[in-house]
Design a protein around this ligand. Structure first.
Ligand code: ADP
Ligand code: ASP
Ligand code: MG
Length: 401
């Protein structure tokens, strides 16, 4: 008997009709002789609404209480979906993160999975039940509820698939697969039949929220058979796997990440150890620094600028301002009006001229580049926020069409 893990995102369970639609996908899979574990997200915008509610009560609420609140969204979906499946006459049970043995570290709001005690899941599957599991959540060593970060239900599903050695993990969402760019922003984007783990990981890390980046990391590590498909249309989706067919496209995708800010530390002494001081301050608070640019020293001073995720901006500024005198920095500036646009493709490793072509396309679209960073299979540029969608379309036009 095959074990299939199916994950349904927020829009797929947004209302009663959608819940029954999902219930039919699950029971159709079960009916044909498969064991099914379904992982669900909170309905529609529930998570955002809960965040707003929390802000009304206490904008500085502790992360522990935020996790206690946000985890309820998934519990609603799981119970409702189980009720729908019950009404259709199938054996089913819903389990929350705690009940299905989902252990994480204590990093509230961004917890990392440590292990899944699969006993309960196995017991329920042995008694031929369909198991519905809440995504996005687990518990730490104090038995407190933790959440895995926005979009984390994908990671819950892949983690369960890995722990249970499932035959397949399907991520059902509101698009019918992974496209070369977000099809809502780039109308000419093409659907991919398959994409490699490495390319998908870069795309997800660069802002393509169709998969949570840690879910891809985990699928690669445990070689989980992963597929992205639509909950609304029954058409073949996109397979995410280790090796893919011969590259037809030099660039597999274009992604945009609006969730960045640029911080510039101006007028630093042009001496050894300055970059070390700045970045170790940020590292100590686990702030993820992305693109870094250091100017050439002139008149004994230099500037260092870098990007951080928006939600780390305030902490980063506090840290830097507290040390500004010690660093002997002239000033610290922040620009929130920026976005990062990236192109991703394993093909660029063996093809020179990709960067030049990217910069040419941006130049022709009259888009000014503020910062650049590259890795083996990715080139990112930082540009003005209002030009993000225009840049994605210009790059899709240049590389994909
Ligand atoms: P879910 O609620 O099912 O987890 P998400 O909103 O997290 O769904 O992810 C699906 C969305 O990801 C799509 O609606 C689409 O707008 C967006 N997206 C961004 N980049 C891509 C891409 N390259 N391919 C497909 N969808 C993408
Ligand atoms: N409900 C959570 C969120 O909105 C988790 C998820 O959807 O994957 O981020
Ligand atoms: Mg998602």
């Amino acid at each position: 008997m095959r074990l299939i893990v199916q994950k349904f995102g927020g829009s797929s369970v947004a209302n009663t009709e959608r819940i029954f639609n999902v219930a039919r996908i699950i029971t159709d899979t079960y009916k044909t002789g498969n064991s099914v574990i379904a992982v669900v997200s909170a309905q529609g915008d529930t998570t955002d609404d809960l965040i707003e509610k929390a802000k009304e009560v206490n904008p500085n609420a502790s992360k522990r209480e935020m996790d206690a609140l946000l985890s309820t969204g998934e519990q609603i979906s799981a119970a409702l979906l189980a009720m729908a499946i019950q009404s259709m006459g199938y054996p089913v049970i819903s389990l929350n993160g705690h009940q299905c043995g989902f252990h994480t570290d204590s990093n509230y709001s961004k917890a990392r999975i440590k292990r899944i005690d699969t006993e309960r899941l196995e017991k329920e599957l042995d008694s031929k039940r369909i198991v519905i599991v809440t995504g996005f959540q687990g518990m730490n060593r104090f038995d407190d509820i933790t959440t895995l970060g926005r979009g984390g239900s994908d990671t819950s599903a892949v983690a369960i698939a890995a722990a249970m050695k499932a035959d397949l993990c399907q991520i059902y969402t509101d698009v019918d697969g992974v496209y070369t760019a977000d099809p809502r922003l780039v109308p000419s984007a093409q659907k991919l039949d398959e994409i490699s783990f490495d390319e998908m990981l870069e795309l997800a890390s660069c802002g393509a929220q169709v998969l949570h980046n840690r879910s891809v990391e985990m699928a690669k590590k445990y070689n989980v058979k992963l597929e992205v498909c639509s909950s609304l249309e029954r058409v073949p989706g996109t397979k995410v796997k280790e090796v893919t067919k011969m590259e037809k496209l030099l660039i597999k995708g274009v992604a945009k990440d609006d969730d960045v800010v640029r911080i510039a530390v101006i007028g630093l002494p042009d001496k050894p150890g300055i970059a070390f001081k700045i970045f170790s301050l940020l590292a100590a608070k686990k702030i993820n620094v992305d693109i870094i640019l250091q100017s050439i020293g002139r008149d004994g001073t230099k500037d260092i600028s870098f990007t951080v995720p928006t939600d780390s901006c305030d902490t980063a500024l506090e840290l830097l301002k507290a040390e500004q005198n010690l660093l002997r920095a002239h000033s610290i500036e922040v620009d929130t009006d920026v976005t990062k646009v990236s192109i991703v493709g394993a093909g660029m490793q063996s093809n020179p001229g990709v960067a030049a072509k990217m910069f040419e396309a941006l130049y022709e679209a009259n888009i000014n580049i503020q910062m650049i960073s590259t890795s083996e299979i990715k080139i990112s540029v930082l540009i003005s926020k209002d030009l993000g969608v225009k840049a994605m379309n210009a790059l899709s036009e240049a590389f994909i069409k």
